[in-house]
Design a protein around this ligand. Sequence first.
Ligand SMILES: [Cu+2]
Length: 128
Amino acid sequence: MSPPTTAVRGGPTATLLTVLVAVLGLVAGCGGTAGGGGGGPSAPTAADTVVIKNFTFVPASVSVAPGTRVMVLNEDQAPHTLTARDKSFDTGTIPSGQRREITAPTKPGDYPYICTLHPYMTGTLIVQ
Ligand SMILES: [Cu+2]
């Protein structure tokens, strides 16, 4: 009769820790230096809203009906744009904490967009 081997392995535990650290890091990043001016009814983002945060479009793709107005919120510290690759819509530069509105094309299709200031930021507006 051998004693039960307690599975002390790096595997699952290490992974969990990594996730935890990542989550904590995110939380800390958000809480930090949000300047004043906030508050107010920060309503839950509707489906036709794109939030720019941490140099990322959230969500990465949005489905809307043709001609829908889409709100773009820049919640980053840096200015951003939301610009269709084919230029069919463009917010222009959105300063930190500001919002702009775009109107979705009337022709159904996928419209990839970028931030012209940070072209590695990409997303897709799906008109259907
Ligand atoms: Cu940008």
